[in-house]
Design a protein around this ligand. Structure first.
Ligand SMILES: [Zn+2]
Ligand SMILES: [Zn+2]
Length: 103
């Protein structure tokens, strides 16, 4: 009788640790891995890691979208602004040139 067989389903394992993990996860419904972000629980480390990737990806994309949104805002502000240089007297010619150069 192999003691590395699962009592509940008869599955065989190479180590006691794996057997214990299997019993805890599948038969005792124990999930030792808890996500600190959304408190979801996971039976296996690899599924936990996989889940954490989701959070990391979300964080990364939201980090990127922030400056992008800022740029879009500035861009749309520029686009909605009609391009008409202020009718300046000839004395202020230099000022007008500066503003048009810097956009
Ligand atoms: Zn089992
Ligand atoms: Zn989570």
């Amino acid at each position: 009788m192999n003691e590395l067989n699962c009592n509940a389903c008869g599955k065989q394992f190479s180590t006691k640790y794996n057997l214990r993990k299997h019993v805890e996860a599948l038969h005792l419904k124990l999930k030792p891995y808890t996500c600190q972000t959304c408190t979801k629980t996971f039976a296996y480390k690899h599924s936990y890691c996989q889940h954490m990737q989701v959070h990391l990806r979300v964080a990364a994309s939201s980090d990127q979208s922030f400056p992008q949104a800022q740029t879009l805002k500035a861009l749309s502000a520029l686009l909605t602004k009609p391009y008409n240089p202020p009718p300046a007297p000839s004395k202020a010619q230099n000022k007008v040139d500066l503003t048009s150069v810097s956009r």
